[in-house]
Design a protein. Structure first.
Length: 201
């Protein structure tokens, strides 16, 4: 007997499973319950990003940049890997943790809250596997917050991508410096940083 095929409306298969979007309130509750103790997680636009697994090149660049920033600004103004606030509309679902920040005030003056965008002279990310994310998602997030200067140290290409002039949710000035060039932070115009010093070896 012939096989009768009943036609049904075609429903496309979703390419990805539905993702859970997290809020800072939910993450704080989970952390208080001890559920995030084994991982260092960063909340960006409702997604939890794993901050673990940094390789030696990342650590070396972080150490070099942190040491230079401390020499320029003083150890009481430079914080590694600490959460910050961003724009009010982004704060409920984002709490990024840049690799380095330079504050406008003494670190102990900020006691029970995150540093605000207006209290940040400079934000730095050390990028290897996270380069694309840091140059797009993070850059937009920081620009919307009005963070005046954002550096991305591209470990693989041995270059520094400097973002300045945040307007309309985008950085209007993005300049790439090679390892043979130098750059001065806006907050320390007389102090040159030689890009190659961030990439020892």
């Amino acid at each position: 007997m012939p096989v009768v095929v009943t036609e049904r409306p075609y429903r496309p298969v979703p390419l990805e499973p539905k993702r859970k979007r997290w809020t800072r309130r939910e993450c704080a509750a989970f952390e208080a319950a001890g559920l995030f103790d084994q991982e260092r997680l960063e909340l960006v636009e409702g997604e939890l990003i794993n901050k673990m697994g940094k390789n030696r090149s990342h650590t070396n660049s972080l150490t070099r940049l942190q040491a230079w920033l401390i020499r320029v600004f003083g150890e009481d103004y430079v914080n590694p890997e600490t959460p910050i606030d961003v724009a009010p509309e982004d704060n409920p679902t984002s709490e990024p943790e840049p690799d380095l920040i330079v504050l406008t005030k003494l670190t102990w003056e900020i006691r029970t809250r995150n540093p605000q965008p207006s209290e940040l002279r400079l934000v730095v990310e050390i990028s290897d596997s996270s380069l694309g994310f840091d140059l797009t998602v993070k850059a937009v997030l920081y620009a919307r917050a009005g963070i005046v200067e954002y550096w991305v140290a591209d470990v693989a290409a041995r270059r520094l991508v400097v973002h300045r002039d945040p307007q309309g949710g985008m950085y209007q000035s993005i300049t790439v410096y090679s390892e043979t060039e130098s750059v001065c932070p806006l907050a320390a115009p007389g102090r040159e940083f030689r890009v190659g010093d961030a990439f020892p070896g």
